[in-house]
Design a protein around this ligand. Structure first.
Ligand code: PAF
Length: 291
């Protein structure tokens, strides 16, 4: 194969070999490479990650689009996950220099037998709710980093635990890349942007817009001295009253270890995963310390 420059306005690589050849050409002319790994169904949140890479010195941007089967558990939405490559390419326009969109056999060829497991920070929250998820993420992200060998790679803070796990993995495996976090982008009512928001019905969408409002009010109350346990239980009750079906967690954690925080002594993070209708919504924000 070769880089495809005719299908979309953005050049497209389907194989690691082609992407590496392009990166080698860029490097020979002194470019700095930024990678934005995605599963497609791009929204403004993804596009903002490109800006983060550029603000940190990337002069060439690769956006990878790959719905990674190994990070979905049984019964999760792998089949239903929106696949919108042509629209994604249009959205990227001139903001990206290369799309890397491999098929599953390119990333997981016959006989594939390696899994990257990050311990510690993955043992809680999403790791409890989705026991195989982070192995899938760590494996594909290490593959993408080794395939593209970028100078920096950007991940959204909406998946805060994922960002911490990737930082841990990159440090532990001494992968020579700078990992950058991109702030959560929000809809006008504050709902964190997510490719899965398309699953929400009109009524669910309205209630979903309250998730960030309740989270923010809880974070502020805790900063003002409210009891963490009581404040988070109150927040859960409000979500159930709004029609949320299941709350996997709504909790205040240490910003680095994600261990539970019972008394606020320094800045922490409040994180939530809650289901309304089909989608499971994730959000998080800092809880500032008053002391
Ligand atoms: O955050 C995501 O979209 C995915 O988990 C990632 C990092 C692209 C790996 O498949």
């Amino acid at each position: 194969m070769a880089i495809d420059t005719t299908t979309y306005a953005v050049p497209l690589a389907r194989t690691i070999t082609d992407m590496r050849a392009e990166v080698a050409t860029w490097r020979a002319s002194g470019e700095t490479v930024g990678l934005v790994p995605t599963m497609g169904a791009l929204h403004e949140g993804h596009l903002s990650l490109i800006d983060v890479a550029k603000a940190n010195g990337a002069t060439k941007i690769i956006v990878s689009i790959f719905v990674n089967p190994t990070q979905f558990g049984p019964g999760e939405d792998f089949d239903a996950y929106p696949r919108t490559e042509a629209t994604d390419a249009k959205k990227l326009g001139a903001r990206a220099d290369l799309i890397f969109a491999p098929n599953a056999a390119e990333m997981y060829p016959d006989g594939f037998g390696t899994t990257v497991t990050v311990k510690g920070v993955t043992n809680t929250l999403e790791g409890e709710a989705r026991p195989t998820h982070f192995d899938g993420v760590a494996t594909i992200v290490s593959k993408l980093l080794l395939a593209a060998q970028p100078d920096c790679a950007v991940f959204g803070e909406k998946d805060y635990q994922q960002l911490l796990a990737i930082r841990r993995m990159v440090a532990d495996l001494t992968i020579p890349v700078q990992i950058l976090g991109g702030p959560i982008l929000r809809e006008p009512d504050g709902l964190a942007m997510s490719s899965r928001n398309v699953y929400l019905t009109e009524t669910e969408r309205k209630a979903a817009g309250q998730l960030n409002v309740i989270l923010k009010a809880t974070a502020e109350a805790i900063t003002e001295g409210a009891d963490i346990k009581k404040a988070t239980l109150d927040a859960e009750a409000k979500l159930f009253a709004l029609g949320f079906d299941k709350i996997d967690y709504l909790t205040v954690r240490d910003t680095k270890t994600l261990q539970p925080v019972e008394t606020l002594t320094e800045e922490a993070r409040i994180l939530v995963a809650a289901k309304i209708g089909q989608p499971r919504l994730l959000d998080n924000m800092p809880v500032l310390s008053n002391s």
